[in-house]
Design a protein around this ligand. Sequence first.
Ligand code: SAM
Length: 247
Amino acid sequence: MQADIERKIHPDDGMWQPAESWYFAVGRSALRLVDLAARASWLPKIGSILDLPCGHGRVARHLRAGFPDAELYFCDIDHSGADFCAETFAGTAIHSKPELTEVALPKVDLIWVGSLFTHVDLDRTRRWLRYLSEHLNPDGVLVATFHGDWSLRMQEIYQMIDPPSWERIVADYRATGYGYAPYRDVDMGDYGISLSRPEAIIAAVRDIPGVRLAGYMERGWADNQDVAMIAREDREIPWTPEFRSRK
Ligand SMILES: C[S@@+](CC[C@H](N)C(=O)[O-])C[C@H]1O[C@@H](n2cnc3c(N)ncnc32)[C@H](O)[C@@H]1O
């Protein structure tokens, strides 16, 4: 899946500054995952997508190029990011809040969540995964990324958080499967870095009614973050005579 993308970069795009060399490859990798997720679910066609958090469009530009006719929604707590994406990649801006369940969201075929759960604790991960799953159309799919085992190496290569906080995160991750600590050096409220085992994410998904886990990939996003695919199709739904003919 390859299409020409809009290359305009917003001056405040925080993903561009440190990562110019891999910015476009990371966005392209997200588009491949979206395509893969659609194939791993029963979704016949992607007609609408929510990109949350959209930032300033690292992935949005690929979504627009890959799905020229789809209705796109761009959501971020950074209003300038959501507004820039809506304007530049022809979609609707949604301004988020620190608590995602307080944000009115549309129902869509596909939700892409690139690096949001990587910054919050397990309670929010569980609550927000459920909330987002409720905003999928039937057969829709949610694709979300996480810091998995590879992030243990990432912290050595590109320090994500101060070492004492990282020690705490790793200790909790080893003890429970999920670690989190807020950033201490910047005032961003209860926002920081998380680290999770696939088992912790799978357990969270299995607690959500009306969905099924369509896939989990270690280092699936740009050879870095883990990826979970959650399909809006009830894992308990019985076989029916229509089952074979509906797809
Ligand atoms: C690591 S960046 C990833 C951005 C984008 N997905 C990308 O790949 O370039 C994390 C983003 O999450 C946004 N964010 C943080 N808390 C949020 C919330 N409660 N709701 C929506 N966006 C949030 C930040 O503003 C930031 O743009």
